[in-house]
Write a protein that binds this ligand. Sequence first.
Ligand code: SF4
Length: 463
Amino acid sequence: MRNQNFIDREKLYGLLDQKAPVADELNEILNKARKLKGLNLEDVAKLLCVEDEGDIKKILDTAEYCKDEIYGKRLVLFAPIYTGNACVNNCVYCGFRRDNKGLKRKVLTMDEIEQETLQLLRMGHKRALLICGESPRNDADYMVEAIRRTYAAKDEKGSTIRRINVELAPMSVEDFAKLKAEKIGTYVCFQETYDPVEYVKFHPAGTPKGDYLYRLTCMDRAMEGGINDVGLGVLFGLVDYRFEILAIMEHARHLEDDYGCGPHTVSFPRIEPAEGTPFSLPENIPHPVADKDFMKIIAIIRIAMPYTGIIISTRERPEMRDQLVKYGVSQISAASETNPGGYEEDNTGAQFTLGDHRSLDEVISMMIDGGYIPSFCTGCYRKGRVGADFMDLAKPGLIKEYCKPNAMFTFREYLEDYASPETKAKGLELLKKLTQTFPKEELKKRVEGNLCKIGDGERDLYF
Ligand code: SF4
């Protein structure tokens, strides 16, 4: 185990004790950001202190530029499968917490997991996130079986889930190695809050999650277990959001310094009301994050860590999600249920309340209207372009040459197999326009060729 003390609480709070940068200084930081090489901790601390509306607009514009340069109009879609809501922890904000006696508990059988997977496939999903509470009933061996059943499920059109990410409690190096052997994509675990003093108030001692350091070092163990594709996250609302952003930067730097590869993604959930969980009600949240600040946070991370995926979930309302994708979000969940068995039958037991109830087809229709390319692509992962290799590929901007065509191929598959007639008609129009945007004639021809093949019934084509 390498350095465990990579979060220096006093130093991070100290950095926030300053005035907003003056015009020249702000411009200098934003010009640096436009070079797409990221920002350092001090730059980010200065941006976090900006309150002036005109200056915030400059940050948002810079984020929009960076997002467009690196990701173009591509937006990756996925959906969670909650395999269980049993939990030995007692996190004050969560509907799954142990003391929430009114919650109907359920841990899915393997047959039920298969049924949930089929429901996702029939909507058109290709990427699933397996997620559950922390319980001996959801241990690593259970997850290994769950991953196998999810990958094995095939719908009537022959579609399968092509990438499984997992969001699970911290585990040992040996257990991480078991997951790695099952070909998981990203291992995701939120620190919830990086503030060690505040952490213990929300995660009672005596529960596994009460151990701040064990959680903080879980990505180190994941890396040691062979998983070099990890996702960080915090739950906004627990402490000053500015501290959390600096801490995420420090966590990313630690992973880069010690393992040669930063996080693949960062997730941005805000606390949402959960049944039987008074803490989660808006009036009880200690540090609520207003919409305008949330937008600023996404923009700052986009320009500070330009090649790291930013994820938001269906916690956010559609209007908010549509704004956030402009300023930096690169992955969204869609048509999600947050209770085990939620796709197969309408039952209770959700982790939190959803803000976006649109179907996948409705979300995709909205994306087409905004000129976005819905992507179910899993090409890099399946070609072995992950971890440090992915970062090498992404950094020179080559991401566009692979990701954009691959996104278009999966979009065409969706239009052929699952879209409503209206979505299909406007989606095909968009694809036609997008094909004309490749400057290199040879690449354009290859893209057109694959799109035609998909129209003729071939599937799963990628560069
Ligand atoms: S946040 Fe996770 S660990 Fe905490 S109670 Fe909810 S499911 Fe359990």
